[in-house]
Design a protein around this ligand. Structure first.
Ligand code: HPA
Length: 252
């Protein structure tokens, strides 16, 4: 598909698929795709487990845009650069976006392989895509409460346990130390990852409705006897991605 065809389809809903979650697009039925490299200002991710393309699908008779793979600050990019795809979505008419990611579980009641609806975030990345101007945007409801309710209703409908909590976004790319995880828990974080917050801030600043879902791929550092490996994060994401696809299809 050409970039023009993607623009002409005017999808109003988009889903950004995080680490190992790219296959969720298959569940929607891929209609056509455009590599990020074909979109001015965008480029493919350098991270294993992240494809770099937009996929157009149809859901309930409406076009839906899926972004397979995202850019991260830890690749050495600025917050403005990692949020280029959000501005592109806004330009082509996207009004609401679901941001998904892989995250480490901090809350003791959570389970690995489970999903957490993001109710709020803590930005510990030390930067924001809004740098450079007096962009004093309100961030008191980054993640749409009404959309959260729809996700909860959809999870009950399909019999899926959906956790809810606060996502702490860190810079990475190294995983956290046990001391950092204890600090995050004290600060009120329920899950930890290295993405999403910059995109959520950018989308809200543009007036888009935002939802966020974390796939809990592992216990955060120090909470269990384990060491963390990216390949495992991607692997858990693949198996649990099936549940995420069902939830997204029911809620969007
Ligand atoms: N920490 C940070 N990012 C992550 C983790 C984690 O434990 N798991 C998946 N992404």
């Amino acid at each position: 598909m050409s970039l023009i065809a993607l623009q002409n389809a005017r999808p109003e809903t988009a889903i950004v698929l995080g680490s190992g979650l790219g296959a969720v697009a298959d569940a929607f039925g891929i209609e056509s795709e455009v590599a990020y490299g074909e979109v001015p200002g965008l480029s493919a991710s350098t991270v294993p487990g992240h494809a770099g393309r937009f996929v157009l699908a149809q859901h309930h008779g409406k076009p839906i845009l899926l972004a397979q793979g995202r850019r991260h600050l830890y690749e050495g990019l600025t917050a403005h650069e990692v949020t280029a795809s959000i501005r592109f979505m806004h330009e082509i008419g996207v009004k609401r976006v679901v941001l998904t990611n892989a995250a480490g579980a901090i809350h003791e009641n959570f389970h690995v392989g489970g999903l957490m609806l993001i109710t709020d975030h803590i930005n510990l990345q030390g930067t924001t895509p809004l740098l450079g101007g007096p962009n004093f945007h309100d961030m008191s409801e980054v993640y749409s409460r009404s959309w959260c309710e729809k996700f909860h209703a959809a999870s009950l409908e399909i019999g899926l346990k959906l956790h809810a909590g606060v996502y702490a976004g860190l810079l990475g790319p190294q995983y956290e130390t046990p001391a950092e995880i204890r600090m995050l828990r004290t600060l009120g974080a329920d899950a930890v990852g290295m993405s999403t917050v910059a995109e959520a801030i950018q989308a809200r600043a543009l007036g888009m409705e935002v939802a966020g879902i974390s796939m809990l791929t592992n216990w955060a550092a120090g909470l269990r006897a384990q060491t963390l490996h990216h390949a495992e994060v991607v692997e858990v994401g693949k198996t649990a991605g099936m549940y995420l696809a069902r939830l997204l299809k029911a809620a969007v």
